[in-house]
Design a protein around this ligand. Structure first.
Ligand code: BG6
Length: 316
């Protein structure tokens, strides 16, 4: 399948181990790859062809193991916040292309995009006894921005509501974790996964990294910035419907314990995950929830003072 105008293209092809993937391309050169396995974005490149997401060199592209890197979807459970398997099962199911998605309020004609859908099988409903339709639109904007929109609808016929937690578990590629800072989470409350999910308050400074981190920041602003000093690049996350933000880096000891992660790779990745964890989302039959994440990567001369990181956060 290859569609699109001269400006954008959408192509269905085979990825690693013959798994189906969709490639979105924009005329200026940026691109995105999405595996149907997990509905998972595994690559996002800017118009210079530089990879912006981290995928482990040891990632296993083989069900039922979730792909280590890119943007796994955590649903219907984030982490171990419930009785299901870690991060739920959406990330290790094969999604389908949604050929006839319900319309979006905004027009996507200038973007390359693909619509995916995940509906539970009878086996899935033994694990989580609810019927739902999870629609995911992955879109690449003309300037190379990556947009993900999730629409989750309760289709239970038995009149029952359901509740879920959710995250876009985004692995950003960074030059050197010790040179990175995250702006937008200062002074916020967080649950510390490394301290029995206890609640603490963050200090006033931007977040920097010198050891393992696994925190769920609560009631976060819609905009968060990751400043990569060495690469002179700033990632800007804009999110909607996703009040929390998880920040994770396994550091050396946990990196060594993960079979699908290189021992030193923790230096070159950072997860900042737009999420809804603290307050689960509840949907009655017929109701739909929407959660949106927009990522952009902008050149920053942060160290030379040309671009004030605070302006990145404060600009609309
Ligand atoms: C993060 C969690 O989101 O994902 C961490 O906060 C977890 O606790 C990490 O270790 C990776 O999870 P997994 O299941 O992909 O190894």
């Amino acid at each position: 399948m290859a569609t699109g105008s001269d400006r954008v293209a959408v192509e269905l092809c085979k990825g690693i181990n013959g798994l189906d993937k969709v490639v979105l391309r924009e005329s200026r050169g940026s691109s995105v790859e999405v595996y149907l396995y997990g509905g998972q974005v595994t690559s996002w490149k800017n118009d210079h062809g530089e990879e912006l997401l981290f995928v482990s060199s040891k990632a296993i592209f083989k069900p039922p193991k979730a792909i280590r890197g890119g943007i796994p979807i955590c649903f219907p459970q984030f982490g171990s916040h419930g009785g299901l398997e870690q991060h739920g099962f959406a990330r290790n199911r094969v999604w389908s292309i949604d050929t006839d998605p319900p319309p979006f309020p905004t027009v996507s004609s200038n973007k390359a995009f693909i619509d995916l859908i995940f509906k539970p099988t009878e086996e899935d409903m033994k694990i989580w006894p609810h019927s739902f339709e999870f629609r995911l639109r992955v879109a690449l904007g003309p300037g190379g921005d990556l947009m993900l929109t999730s629409r989750i609808r309760n289709t239970n016929a038995d009149g029952k509501p359901f509740s879920f937690t959710f995250a876009y578990h985004t692995y950003f590629s960074v030059s050197d974790i010790s040179e990175v800072r995250v702006e937008g989470l200062e002074t916020l409350d967080y649950l510390d996964n490394l301290q029995s999910k206890e609640r603490f308050t963050e200090q006033g400074d931007a977040i920097t990294f010198e050891s393992e981190i696994d925190k769920i920041y609560l009631s976060t602003p819609t905009k968060i910035a990751i400043l990569d000093h060495e690469k002179k690049r700033t990632f800007v996350l804009r999110k909607d419907g996703l009040p929390d933000a998880v920040v994770w880096n396994p550091w050396d000891r946990k990196a060594k314990a993960m079979a699908d992660f290189g021992d030193d790779e923790y230096k070159h990745m950072l997860c900042v995950e737009a999420a809804a964890v603290e307050k689960p989302i509840t949907l009655k039959p017929g109701e739909e929830w929407r959660g949106r994440l927009e990522l952009s990567a902008v050149p920053s001369s942060y160290c030379s003072g040309q671009l004030d990181p605070r302006k990145v956060l404060l600009s609309s």
